[in-house]
Design a binder for this molecule. Sequence first.
Ligand SMILES: N=C(N)NCCCC(=O)O
Ligand SMILES: [Zn+2]
Ligand SMILES: [Zn+2]
Length: 329
Amino acid sequence: MSDPRITENGRIGQVDATVVPRFAGPATFARLPRADDVSDLDVAIIGVPFDAGVSYRPGARFGPGHVRESSRLLRPYNPAAGVSPFAELQVADAGDLAVNPFDIGAAIERIHHGARSVLERAPRLVTIGGDHTIALPLLRAMAERHGGPIAVVHFDAHLDTWDSYFGADYVHGTPFRRAAEEGLIDGTGSMHVGIRGPLYAATDLTDDAALGFQVVHSHEMDDIGARGVVERIHRRVEDRPVYVSLDIDVLDPAFAPGTGTPEAGGLSSRELLTILRGFASLNLVGADVVEVSPAYDHAEITGIAAAHALYELLSAMALSRPRPGPRRS
Ligand SMILES: N=C(N)NCCCC(=O)O
Ligand SMILES: [Zn+2]
Ligand SMILES: [Zn+2]
């Protein structure tokens, strides 16, 4: 049975919640169409149910399904941003990549090739994780798509530029070090936002800076606020194509209990949504939201925060200039 959908500007949108109750039917993200049911795609959403790279609590393999379930209540118009994202962009859910749960190397290869083939069809890719390991193959695909290193704005409690864990180089604490080593990251336009909590040593920060990242620490929010963070991001990124990697643990555990490595003293969901709204004037070409672990969630608090973060990212894409293509020289 095909459900009645909201269709605007020729774009096929959400199942109409005034006709089909929003708790009925399959949970694609925001009850958007499946990618197979649309001809042209501006943004593809994929799930990557992978969590073999975690160092503490497991369960992020169930993140994609949980965030989709938690996205059923999203309505078509975003009043804070002043845009109906699904009327401006054809957004569709391309389902999950089937990744090997036992072999991290094979999973990374699969994610790289899966993301690359989705990017042949859609200019912009939004991914629901999965643990943070998946950012490395996603960045490989993004850098290929844009013909060179890409600016990354990384929201996280953690730097994720550590070197290895138990001798393993490809885990959720290392993706941005591996990506920098592989030349995927534009070291003049990248930053971490929301960093906090104990480190292994002070050199974690100097090593990270040497890889080309600037840092906005979580405690700086007290002084500069969400708007100040947006200004810092704009000054750093300028008009580069930018990829947002959002570890849900950037939020305080009060706002995101359902995650694997929680740290006290994080952002509120309101602060995060305000910052993401500031991306509307950037050239946002891709994003991921990772580290949602539903077994530790309560009342979908974390799933809903992740769904709303994705909705703001899609709204920002709808408002930003559609100019994916080769990187500026
Ligand atoms: N990427 C996330 N969420 N966490 C990394 C934590 C690495 C550690 O256990 O030190
Ligand atoms: Zn983290
Ligand atoms: Zn992370």
